[in-house]
Write a protein that binds this ligand. Structure first.
Ligand code: SF4
Length: 636
């Protein structure tokens, strides 16, 4: 009986009984099914949420295509089953399987899990359990797959340390290839799993948590990470590629509706605007851009292989892409008559030109989104996002004038030292924007204020500050709900309990791993979904683990405090991040470092890159030949 066939029959019985069976069958256009007999290494790529969300993840699509281009490997996909399917799998004792060959995940050599955000942790344990794989590394011998994880959330890997064999810190595209090569060499030997982990620990960007023991001070604060293994590097520096990764062109065309049915091209990686709350801005430096020619070629090939009608030009701040106007123009000309919609998420108000707006108006879809993040001058200086009210109002006017009826404005409450006056400015600014909208297009104008709550993230200048207390957040939200009522105004907010969850998962130490496991065992999962109210389960888990969640989220940190994530080096030096924090306390602004380098430390971490690929466009002056004097003077 061919590998995986038996599962087919079982699935045929249960799939008609679950919602959206298309999530569990694979066989989509551009999915790749290889002959298992012909390959050496099998990798299961896992997005720990449902298919509808995970399928559009560009990171997994890049890994899927690049691994399957290797003749000696195959990569297949798996996602979290929805509750009805989970119940069926358990009832029929069917282990979680891959979509392509319906092979149980426990039969793969390597399972690669992407963790873009922390609220996917319980789903990750659930996936291991549904795959009949022990959730803790200590309970897994070489008979089980090697479990690796990567993604933004892993820049503080400690809360998930007991569950993951190896973390891939930084740009996983290259590290995963090194891990596969290392695995293949090990598999040919008769060595122990420990020997494999030792070899992996020598790869740039790989962190083996089982090689370290965390030590704590008597007050519970983190003291240090004791390396219990001679091969364990003191610090694990994020991996960065000399060249932006392969741009996928054979996007899987889903047979059911998913969140994004589109071509996605990463036009630029990194952002150096230096917003002090922004985790992605700190961990994705330096800036690297794809050429316009490469982007156009990628879109052309992707259109041919998918028939999609939308292309998303992705980056952390697409309007900062040097040739953004030329790019949008070329796309409009090259694909005229193809009914192609161009979406350009994450536009910055201060680099977004009316010209670009003109070019995009042909692709107008629904509302237009801008993210001022804060409304008062004071707060904008603290978070280092210096956008004047005047600039925002004139940009808004131009947007309404060009046919958009709805403007979405993203703000955050809870930034350090925020007052109710700062919060009141949010409501006032939204009303002013509505005012210019009405001036431009009359009563059709609408302003949607999306107000999330700030969580101080690791490796950012605000890692020392405390998260707002729940009651304070409720008070601010109550105020905004009152103020942002009336025609043309809409207010969305994040449930403070969800914010607390994100905060303790992103700021936790290795002790929080017990809380995650207890919460999961008590039923917590789909924590990224607001309608899964797991808060009480989590609070119960904290008390069962004899830990106090407020210790992690509501405690201001001393400047010399050691963080549980300090052994992960994001390329940006801690001293630079601390300077930025001190600048925020004195409301001191810092401009985009493309104009002037502030010696964040990225160069030291990646000096070797300069020589690697002259073709790549670097936008970090210190990665251009003439290193700035700043860097030389502060390079220790
Ligand atoms: S090295 Fe300088 S220019 Fe490069 S990212 Fe850091 S601060 Fe910016």
């Amino acid at each position: 009986m061919e590998k995986g066939n038996s599962l087919f029959y079982q699935l045929e019985k249960i799939l008609p009984l679950v919602e959206k069976p298309g999530r569990y069958v694979g066989g989509e256009y551009n999915s790749i099914v290889k002959n298992w007999e012909s390959i050496e290494t099998s990798i299961a790529l896992v997005f720990p949420d449902i298919y509808d969300i995970g399928l559009s993840n560009l990171g997994l699509q890049i890994l899927y295509e690049s691994i399957n281009q290797r003749a000696d490997c195959l990569a297949e996909r798996s996602y979290s089953p929805w509750q009805d399917m989970e119940k069926m799998l358990i009832e029929h004792n069917i282990p979680l399987y891959s979509l392509e060959s319906k092979i149980p995940l426990k039969e793969f050599d390597i399972i690669g899990i992407t963790l873009p955000y922390e609220t996917l942790y319980t789903n990750t344990l659930n996936i291991l359990s549904l795959s009949q794989i022990p959730v803790r590394t200590n309970d897994r011998g070489k008979e089980f797959p090697l479990i690796v994880a990567g993604g933004h959330a892993t820049y503080n890997p400690e809360p998930m340390a007991p569950f993951i064999d190896a973390f891939l810190i930084g740009e996983g595209e290259e590290i995963l290839m090194d891990v596969i090569n290392c695995f293949q060499a090990w598999k040919k030997s008769d060595q122990l799993k420990q020997d494999l982990l030792e070899k992996l620990s020598t790869i740039n960007g790989v962190y083996i948590p089982s090689f370290y023991e965390p030590q704590y001070n008597s007050d519970g604060t983190f003291q240090k990470l004791h390396s219990s293994h001679k091969k364990a590097p003191k610090k694990v520096t994020k991996r960065i590629m000399g060249k932006l990764p392969y741009a996928p062109t054979r996007f899987i065309v889903p047979s059911i509706g998913v969140v994004h049915n589109r071509i996605a091209v990463e036009i630029m990686r990194g952002c150096t605007r230096g917003c002090r709350f922004c985790h992605a801005g700190m961990i994705n430096r330096p800036i690297r851009e794809r050429t316009v020619k490469e982007i156009i070629n990628t879109i052309e090939k992707s259109l041919e292989s998918t028939g999609f009608e939308e292309v998303a030009l992705l980056s952390l701040s697409s309007s900062d892409y040097t040739n953004v106007l030329e790019l949008v123009e070329e796309i409009s000309e090259k694909f005229v008559g193809k009914n192609l919609t161009i979406s350009l998420p994450s536009l910055r108000i201060d680099s977004f030109s009316v010209e670009l707006m003109e070019k995009l108006k042909g692709s107008r879809q629904g509302g237009f989104t801008l993210a001022p993040e804060a409304a008062s001058e004071r707060m904008r200086n603290i978070i280092n996002k210096p956008i004047s009210e005047e600039m925002l109002l004139s940009t808004a006017y131009e947007i309404f004038k060009r046919g958009w009826h709805t403007l979405k404005l993203y703000f955050m409450i809870g930034h350090p030292s925020e007052t109710m006056e700062d919060v009141a400015e949010i409501a006032a600014l939204c009303k002013k924007v509505l005012g210019v909208g009405i001036k431009a297009i009359g009563k059709r104008a609408k302003v949607h204020a999306g107000v999330s709550t700030f969580v101080p993230k690791p490796h950012t200048p605000f890692q020392w500050v405390a998260c707002d207390q729940e009651e304070i957040i409720y008070q601010k939200q109550r105020f905004l709900r009152e103020e942002l009522k009336g025609p043309g105004l809409k207010f969305n907010w994040t449930d403070p309990k969800e914010t607390m969850k994100e905060a303790w998962l992103s700021r936790g130490d290795r002790k929080v791993a017990d809380v995650i496991e207890i919460a999961w065992k008590n039923g917590a999962k789909f924590d990224a979904w607001q309608d899964f109210k797991n808060y009480d389960i989590w609070m119960k888990a904290f008390s069962e683990a004899n830990l106090d969640p407020t210790f992690y989220i509501h405690r201001e940190r001393n400047l010399d405090e050691v963080f549980p994530w300090d052994h992960i080096h994001p390329g940006v030096r801690k001293s630079y991040i601390k300077t930025e924090y001190l600048n925020s306390l004195s409301l001191q602004l810092r401009g985009d470092c493309r104009d002037e380098c502030y010696a964040c430390g990225i160069t030291q971490a990646f000096n070797h890159l300069r020589k690697e690929d002259p073709g790549i466009i670097w936008k970090c002056p210190n990665l251009s030949p003439s290193r700035s004097k700043n860097e030389l003077s502060l390079s220790n």
